[in-house]
Design a protein around this ligand. Structure first.
Ligand SMILES: NC(=O)c1ccc[n+]([C@@H]2O[C@H](COP(=O)([O-])OP(=O)(O)OC[C@H]3O[C@@H](n4cnc5c(N)ncnc54)[C@H](OP(=O)(O)O)[C@@H]3O)[C@@H](O)[C@H]2O)c1
Length: 280
């Protein structure tokens, strides 16, 4: 597995398994199988309501705790809960996470960010991050952070490459973790002719070409899947390198267009919604 070095000197694998919209049973299965086949990064969140299942999958895989990079996210309803970090660790069954995000710039997100900073200082989070904090939100946070985050997790794929945001990230050495790296499975993205052509050249599927593009862009990818064959394919992308011309050809697909458009109204709803956590 390739790793990247973060702005605090720690490292992170470039490929992980995503678990958004996976039921606890599917998340446990995908995490266990992914770790058994050589993954070492798992991405979950309070809001996915599958942290306990991910914890079970990690144990069932037989992987050692120190060999797994666990990434999770505090949901806005937890930002003012002083026990939010400890409760998250308890659900995962661990005494630290490798990366802890605040999930949305909703509610009292500064209180949430302060919880991350405290968790970082206490050794309960080895790295911290912000999720969905593009534009005015990262600008506001920049004037308030005491610890610069190591990561931002945002929508990114060949149709939407976060050109503007990356200028800010470069200034601080913040790494981008792509969500919807495969366009959430969108057929029109996967069926772009350029990916079929490059797939034929390298003996790879279109999804593998897209994921390799992410890693060559310097992004960490966390494709979600409940299909063991896809999970295996998504790991098997580091044995070829797209040329500069091929990267440029893929860059021409950028339409500056997201799949997911979040509104201010949704942010208000996020702040008011509480995940119904899995029972112990
Ligand atoms: N921070 C945030 O707000 C946020 C938001 C969304 C997602 N995320 C994170 O980002 C991760 C990735 O996003 P995502 O899971 O929504 O979308 P995605 O990874 O872009 O796409 C997942 C979809 O692609 C399919 N797929 C996976 N591998 C494939 C392959 N090799 N070939 C063809 N199809 C494939 C999956 O179906 P199968 O199950 O059939 O493989 C699934 O339908 C999430 O799981 C989550 O951890 C974070």
């Amino acid at each position: 597995m390739e790793n990247i070095t973060l702005n605090n000197g720690s490292t992170c694998p470039v490929i992980g398994i995503g678990t958004f919209m996976l039921s606890p049973a599917d998340a446990e299965n995908s995490v266990r199988e992914a770790l058994k086949m050589g993954y070492s990064l798992v991405d979950t969140a309070n809001a996915y309501v599958n942290e306990r299942a991910c914890g079970r999958g990690i144990v069932a895989s037989g992987a050692k705790r120190e060999d797994v990079f666990i990434s999770t996210k505090l949901w806005p309803s937890e930002y003012e809960n002083p026990n939010a970090v400890d409760e998250t660790l308890e659900r995962l069954g661990v005494d630290y996470v490798d990366l802890l995000y605040i999930h949305q710039p909703a509610g009292n997100w500064l209180a949430g960010y302060r919880q991350l900073e405290k968790a970082y200082r206490d050794g309960k989070a080895k790295a911290i991050g912000i999720s969905n904090f593009e534009g005015k939100y990262i600008e506001a946070l920049q004037t308030k952070w005491e610890i610069v985050p190591q990561f931002i997790q945002v929508e990114a794929h060949p149709y939407f490459t976060q050109v503007e945001l990356r200028k800010t990230l470069d200034r601080y050495g913040i790494r981008l973790m792509s969500w919807y790296p495969l366009g959430h499975g969108d057929k029109s993205l996967l069926q772009e002719p350029v990916f079929a052509a490059l797939g034929a050249k390298y003996g790879k599927t279109p999804a593998q070409i897209i994921l390799r593009w992410h890693t060559q862009m310097g992004f960490v990818v966390i494709p979600g899947s409940r299909n063991v064959d896809h999970i295996r394919d998504n790991l098997n992308i580091l044995d070829f390198t797209l040329t500069n011309d091929e990267m440029a050809e893929i860059a021409r697909l950028d339409k500056g267009e997201r799949y997911y458009h979040r509104t201010d109204e949704q942010l208000k709803q996020f702040a008011g919604w509480r995940p119904e956590f899995e029972k112990a």
